[in-house]
Design a protein around this ligand. Structure first.
Ligand code: ACO
Length: 717
């Protein structure tokens, strides 16, 4: 590798964005050809670096000297665009490496996406990149574009769409075509794009590398992504954490929502963790804004550039039509915003501006009486802008028309300048006269967001509000207090060694080392001992035959509950052992666990499954039918922050059960959070040894909590 420098992650990526010279292999005068487009675009946009067309068929292309090969170019080359058929790519890359090229963009298809043979060729590209230190983008990509210095290393005509808007948005896409469309739509809607990267098959560089790099770019204040699947979950996590730290929103359209089938797993948690649930959880945890449609990203970017605080999420809607106001209010509440009723002083002010038949409650209905009376809406807007206590965002005038609003445009600007609150103009039509265009320009240049689609606007406000809360909270993973002493940690490592599955008793011994509270219990190896232990624990008790080979105890008939006397314990002891023997004759039975019966709590499940992309994922849900039938569970990736644990509890639909219903006392939320954090610590410390874990049930009591049954699956070797 050249210069001994690192050639992974973001190393060398600057050469894609700021190359001092660009060569195009397969260059053509024909703008319709893939190799012709970037050359024409570089020249047309005025790229200031040197351009070297490479094609053995020509002496000159686009008025520039053309070279037969990279090796014939006399100057240094920072970046090469490769636009030749797949079969010729490797040889070209080898020449690039010999020449000391820093970055190569490969448009060519016909690699990993076409099967094993292409995969093998792609692997050669990766190897060459790693060995030479030259960074590679693609293959099978639309290339890269950096607007400020006219680096048009792409053949996508959508990327030629120009914009006068301030540049804020960088796009990174795993689908070139989809990403290019996102770029075009955003640009046409008035969002200025800083850069575009199509990562293609990601032989060397990948999605997260570009996100990570662009976060340091001062011209990028927001990043949009199209993602089919992250190649390296840890890298994406680092990039997302950095984005949150720098307060640059990362919006990702993640496709592939449908359940591709649960992974084969022996635990509950494993069967409930579909790939999309894990992505969804990861996004929420990391403050990544998940978008369903590119227009949402555009609306978000328009709102975000006003730099105002949407986080409170309390919206006032000022409408000229009662129906639209109500519709919008419904939408706001559906997406998690609130539309509080306005009372007191502000209400009185509103009513002074409204006709007697209008409404100042919220949505504020101006009625048709507002036509031709700009003082009416502006009076209302001023009253709302002055209300510091109840309203965070003002959504004004669904169906605002530029043509019919001579004075109002200036009023919007004056009111906007008088407050720090976001004021969002919901316009009906695009300006189609000079006068209307001047009004539009006045409002827009003041920095007021103007949106057209009301539903997308509300979605985007809700997402920005969520994002800002998340960014303010930040991510603090406090691992210290939940970690056991080094000796206990080493003991746990020892317990998890080897292929022998752990019995419930074994799992509980292990959990105790991490301070996770379990039922009072002990192992009996005779009926007399079982009776003695039962008396010590106090009746009633439960008996469970213990074997790492018998995981489903109820099915095997090796569990007896609510035993209230010596006699019952003796009988049960014999029965569970006999059942264990007939259910699994080869199983090693350690003995019979004598366990206290736990009452008066809420049964929940805490589980862990190993996600192939993100590693240990923790699940929480109410026990029993809620998990089975309703899939009412939440996930987060380990390690958890306290806020993650809180969100996991608040996210499930059945959360009220924990708050105490029908005379029952509330369950001990702090104890539950503590257990979630300890489980997170355990699976983080031993991620190489634990595949799955179920605490099911975990009973959360009015004070404290206890693991009643546990299953830990050691890592399959
Ligand atoms: N050095 C220099 N020039 C060369 C070399 C070489 N080693 N080998 C060939 N050339 C020249 C050829 O002479 C030709 O010149 P010409 O245009 O004067 O005839 C030029 O390179 C291109 O070669 P062609 O054989 O004409 O190839 P063509 O341009 O038709 O196709 C391409 C090349 C575009 C790379 C094609 O193989 C391909 O992969 N197309 C798909 C690209 C694509 O869509 N990628 C993105 C997918 S993104 C997504 O999201 C799926």
């Amino acid at each position: 590798m050249r210069n001994g420098a690192s050639n992974t992650g973001t190393a060398g990526i600057e050469y894609f964005f700021n190359p001092r010279s660009i060569a195009i292999v397969g260059a053509s005068d024909d703008k319709k050809k893939v190799g012709g487009r970037p050359l024409a675009a570089l020249i047309e946009r005025g790229y200031a670096g040197k351009i070297f067309p490479i094609n053995p068929r020509y002496e000159e292309v686009a008025g520039k000297r053309c070279y037969p090969s990279i090796l014939d170019v006399p100057d240094d080359i920072d970046m090469v665009i490769v636009s030749v058929p797949a079969a010729a790519v490797l040889e070209v890359l080898e020449q690039c490496a010999t020449k000391g090229v820093r970055a190569a963009v490969i448009f060519s298809s016909g690699f990993g996406e076409v099967g094993a043979e292409g995969e093998a060729e792609q692997e050669k590209i990766r190897k060459l990149a790693r060995e030479s230190g030259m960074r590679v983008l693609g293959p099978n990509c639309f290339g890269i574009m950096h607007v400020s210095n006219a680096v048009m290393a792409t053949f996508a005509h959508e990327l030629e769409t120009k914009s006068d808007s301030p540049r804020t948005l960088s796009l990174v896409a795993q689908s070139g075509a989809f990403g290019a469309r996102m770029f075009e739509d955003a640009t046409k809607a008035g969002v200025g794009c800083t850069s575009f990267t199509s990562v293609g098959n990601e032989a060397d560089t990948e999605f997260s590398d570009f996100v990570d790099y662009l976060l340091d770019d001062p011209d990028t204040t927001i990043i949009g992504g199209y993602l089919e699947g992250a190649k390296d979950g840890a890298k994406l996590k680092r990039a997302a954490e950095k984005a949150l730290r720098l307060q640059k929103p990362l919006l990702i359209m993640k496709v592939g929502r449908t359940r591709a089938g649960s992974r084969a797993a022996s635990s509950h948690t494993g069967s409930l963790a579909g790939a999309d649930e894990i992505y969804d959880a990861f996004f929420r945890q990391m403050g990544i804004v998940r978008i369903e449609h590119p227009d949402e990203m555009t609306a978000f970017a328009i709102l975000h550039r006003d730099g105002r605080d949407y986080s409170g999420g309390r919206v006032a809607i000022v409408s000229g039509s009662g129906g639209h106001g109500v519709m919008l209010a419904d939408k706001c509440e559906t997406v998690g915003l609130s539309v509080p009723e306005i009372r007191g002083h502000t209400r009185a002010k509103l009513e002074r501006s409204l006709p007697a038949f209008g409404s100042g409650k919220n949505p504020i209905d101006l009625t048709a009486a507002a036509n031709g009376k700009p003082e009416m809406p502006s009076g209302c807007l001023r009253a709302l802008a002055e209300d510091e206590d109840n309203i965070d965002v003002i959504l004004t005038m669904p169906f605002f028309q530029w043509e019919r609003s001579k004075e109002l445009a200036q009023e919007f600007v004056d009111i906007y300048r008088s407050t720090n609150k976001p004021l969002v103009v919901m316009a009906h039509d695009r300006p189609d006269s000079d006068e209307a265009a001047a009004r539009f320009a006045l409002v827009q240049s003041a920095g007021i967001p103007i949106l057209y689609d009301q539903f997308q606007a509300t979605e985007a406000i809700a997402k920005l509000s969520w994002y800002q809360r998340k960014a303010r909270q930040g991510r603090v993973v406090d691992t210290g207090p939940k970690a056991p002493d080094p000796a206990s940690c080493a003991e746990v490592r020892e317990m998890l060694r080897g292929g022998e599955p752990l019995s419930e008793f074994g799992c509980k011994q292990l959990l105790k080392k991490y301070g996770i509270p379990v039922t009072r219990e002990a192992l009996a190896t005779s009926a007399d001992m079982a009776v003695e232990l039962s008396r010590n624990l106090g009746y009633p008790v439960a008996l469970k035959a213990q074997s790492g080979q018998i995981l489903h105890k109820t099915e095997a008939g090796v569990i007896k509950l609510n035993l209230a006397s010596d006699q019952e314990v003796r009988r049960a002891y014999k029965e569970v052992l006999a059942n264990a023997r007939s259910y699994a004759p080869q199983a090693h039975v350690e003995g019979v666990l004598v366990q206290e019966m736990v009452r008066d709590g809420v049964e929940v499940i805490v589980g862990v499954t190993k996600d192939p992309v993100f590693g240990p994922a923790i699940m929480f849900g109410l026990g029993g039918i809620f998990v089975e039938a309703l899939r009412d569970v939440s996930f987060r990736i380990a390690p958890l922050t306290r806020a993650d644990a809180e969100e996991m509890i608040d996210e499930i639909r059945g959360r009220r059960v924990l708050e105490g219903m029908r005379g029952k006392p509330p369950a001990d939320r702090d104890a539950l959070i503590d257990i979630l954090l300890r489980v997170s610590q355990l699976v983080t410390d031993h991620r190489d040894q634990i595949d799955e874990l179920d605490l099911n049930p975990l009973v959360v009591l009015p004070k404290g909590a206890k693991v009643v049954d546990a299953l830990i699956t050691k890592r399959a070797r």
